[in-house]
Design a protein around this ligand. Structure first.
Ligand code: G7M
Length: 320
């Protein structure tokens, strides 16, 4: 059986491998070759729909999202370029279906192709369950799963190795111990700073999540907090008082990363069952170096998550 060291060596080799990057499918020009299989998630409030289908016989997941209004373009909407179909008129009140010019009508599409079974599950709406993870449960259930997990984080290595998204990097500290790369999260279209959402990915490989952080991590965490906020202020003009800086537990990828989101942005995973403010994390570790090795951490799992299945098989949910 492979140990953690072997797995890390394998990951390092992947980071330096051009072969895998070149296997990326080509950029799409349209959805002509996308065959719809099923709508796997819908959120009317966020105005998103997620569709599972196939492209060239391979599974694909497409996330469609209506984009926010760009205030500087409102003149284009409110002009003769927008066709109006009246749907209601009562005294001074009127409603219309409005068809603005094509250029203002773009929706954002995120395409994952080829998508694995795990991607399809991850993006599918499903029931959720709460886990209170004690240190013992972490050691006996969560950690073995993380170590055996084959979920590819090639995209992380592509970013750290400057093979992908290099032109999007907002800031980098190249130090192998305390350094990180800060860049816009895939979910942010970089148009409106009120929905600012960036991610800092650490250069160091060994830190999987919040659970691994100790007093030794403080220089790294302080570095990310201060240099990340400075870079955001300089590039986007958003002061640190308007940025939430936090880690997810559980994260979706076990290579330490920190989220930076505008306070007005309803970023996913901001709930008390997932977001841990970096400033609080630093403070907790300063109080006790082994705080995150001792703490019971609460999170939500979804029915199709491997973690849910592991906890279910252990009988954890039988008690609730
Ligand atoms: O903490 P958690 O593991 O949930 O966050 C991972 C974050 O990485 C999410 O907010 C994703 O949107 C973001 N992300 C995922 N991928 C695959 C990419 C990517 O390829 N590029 C960028 N810039 N962000 C990504």
């Amino acid at each position: 059986m492979e140990g953690t060291g072997d797995l890390l060596n394998k990951k390092r080799k992947l980071e330096n491998s051009d072969e895998i990057v070149d296997k990326c499918p080509p950029v799409l020009k349209n959805f002509k070759d996308f065959n719809i299989n099923k709508v796997i998630a819908e959120n009317p409030r966020c105005k998103t729909a997620t569709i599972h289908g196939q492209i060239a016989g391979e599974d694909a997941v497409v996330l469609l999202e209506k984009t926010a209004f760009d205030a500087s373009h409102l003149g284009n909407y409110l002009s003769e370029l927008t066709t109006l179909n009246n749907t209601l008129k009562n005294d001074i009140y009127g409603t219309y279906d409005a068809f603005p010019p094509l250029i203002e009508n773009a929706i954002r599409a995120t395409v994952i192709h080829p998508a694995t079974e795990k991607h399809i599950k991850k993006y599918t709406d499903q029931p959720c369950y709460v886990v209170h993870e004690t240190p013992e449960l972490y050691t006996n259930i969560t950690l073995p799963l993380i170590i055996s997990k084959q979920f590819s984080i090639q995209w992380v290595y592509n970013i750290l190795g400057k093979k992908k998204e290099a032109d999007r990097i907002v800031f980098e500290d190249p130090d192998p111990e305390q350094g990180f790369v800060l860049l816009p999260d895939m979910k942010w279209d970089c148009k409106d700073t009120r929905s600012l959402y960036l991610v800092a990915i650490v250069h160091k490989h060994e830190v999987k999540s919040l659970r691994d952080l100790t007093a030794d991590s403080l220089p790294l965490l302080n570095n990310i907090l201060h240099k990340g906020l400075d870079a955001i202020k300089e590039r986007f003009g958003v002061p640190s008082s308007q940025v939430h800086v936090y880690l997810h537990y559980q994260p979706s990828y076990y290579h330490l990363h920190v989220h930076f989101a505008h306070v007005q942005c309803e970023a996913p995973g901001m709930g008390a069952d997932r977001a841990h403010m970096l400033i609080d994390v630093i403070d907790n570790i300063q109080i006790a170096s082994n705080f995150y090795q001792r703490k019971t951490l609460t999170f939500t799992v979804r029915e199709e998550d491997d973690l849910y299945k592991k906890y279910k098989d252990s009988g954890y949910f039988d008690k609730s």
